[in-house]
Design a protein around this ligand. Structure first.
Ligand code: SF4
Length: 368
């Protein structure tokens, strides 16, 4: 775990431009009634480099090849993004067996196991791999430790696509542990040859607890070469921890199957938020959540377009929370190149010059 993340406490900045201000409605029984309610907007929030790249992969594939472009699983775990891309011609499938033979398929940001690659090849599919490079890094660690015949403890959530993909790299060597309590059921061949790795989107604190439990059982436990919980997950959790003690209600924008979004709700509550709710979009907000509230915290998971946050801001501003204060704890500059085969094809068709991917400016919805 990266200890330095706990030191990144930032100041506050004015509300971002483009956030409209409107006066309150009579709907709430709170400080919001007199229009004195405040919104603390966590930063960083929203799209990470891996999600930005994955969405860009599907958009560029649609530009290049036209619809349909098949995508195995949700390209990123966000309902709005998936629906937006579906409207443009992306066809989301659960397995490569559903893709017509010889067609093109994009693998999602969460990564796939070698078995999925093999099945795609057997069907003659042309694949574009949008796996986040930080997930690929964990796959490589699993392969390397398995080659060295370690028992590998993969800390992560059973059934999550990322965990399935990593597990598939070395199923004979990997055991998945989801919570600290599950450590007790781990069995290894040689306690001196045990290593842990993790899903990229976990709670930093809960993972630390799980690893401490593992180390109590296996004192010679080996750490991964570097943090597996990615920079984006860590930064969003630090931002939420920073504002949580001062908020009555924390709103996390993100989908139910988004691991990092769900973790942000947990982190907010642990860090002292009065209450915390996850919503896909503003229409899911309930006025009763804000009864008696003066300060609302707001953040979004790594797969959430900024337009969804802006809509929540507008919803709150219309109900007596006119002031928006952004609290930034980190400035992110990470970007990832598009997959090599896609870059080459784009360059060959004169659609791009084949240079590494540059992040888009935050547009209205990140999907156009
Ligand atoms: S959350 Fe982290 S690992 Fe997942 S796509 Fe974003 S940068 Fe990559």
């Amino acid at each position: 775990m990266n200890d330095t993340i706990t030191d990144r406490i930032g100041g506050s900045t004015p509300a971002p431009s483009g956030v409209p201000v409107s006066s309150g409605s009579p709907a709430l029984d709170s400080a919001a009634l007199d229009g004195s309610g405040r919104i603390l907007l966590a930063a960083p929030r929203g799209y990470c480099a891996g999600v930005d790249r994955a969405v860009d992969v599907v958009e560029k594939a649609l530009d290049l090849y036209g619809a349909p472009v098949y995508v195995r699983k949700e390209i990123v775990h966000n309902k709005y993004v998936v629906e937006s891309l579906s409207k443009r011609g992306a066809v989301f499938v659960q397995e490569v067996d559903e893709v017509p033979e010889g067609a093109r398929v994009v693998f999602s940001a969460h990564g796939v196991s070698p078995q999925v690659h093999e099945r795609a090849e057997a069907r003659g599919l042309a694949s574009i791999d949008a796996t986040c490079p930080l997930v690929t890094k964990v796959h490589r660690e699993a392969v390397r430790f398995a080659k060295e015949d370690y028992d590998i403890i993969l800390v992560g959530h059973q059934g999550h696509e990322e965990v399935e993909g990593t597990f598939g790299e070395a199923p004979a060597h990997i055991q998945v542990v989801g919570t600290p309590d599950e450590v007790d059921r781990v069995e290894v061949r040689d306690p001196s040859r045990v290593v842990w790795i993790s899903q990229t989107t976990l709670s930093v604190d809960e993972t630390r607890e799980t690893v401490e439990r593992l180390r109590r059982r296996f004192p010679e436990l080996i750490d991964p070469p570097s943090d597996d919980i990615c920079y984006a997950t860590q930064n969003r959790q630090v931002a939420v921890k920073t504002i949580a003690p001062g908020v009555d209600v924390m709103i996390v924008v993100g989908s139910a199957n988004s691991s990092n979004s769900v973790r942000l709700v947990e982190v907010a509550l642990e860090a002292g938020a009065g209450s915390a709710y996850r919503v896909d979009m503003a229409s899911e907000l309930q006025e009763s959540w804000f009864d008696g509230a003066s300060v609302v915290g707001l953040t979004s998971g790594a797969s959430v377009p900024e337009i969804l946050v802006r809509e929540v801001v507008q919803w709150l501003q219309a109900r007596g929370f006119p002031t928006v204060e952004e609290v930034r704890t980190e400035t992110e500059t990470t970007t990832f190149a598009l997959p090599r085969n896609l870059r080459s094809e784009l360059a060959a068709h004169g659609l791009a010059d084949g240079r590494p991917h540059a992040p888009r400016k935050a547009g209205p919805d990140h999907t156009s």
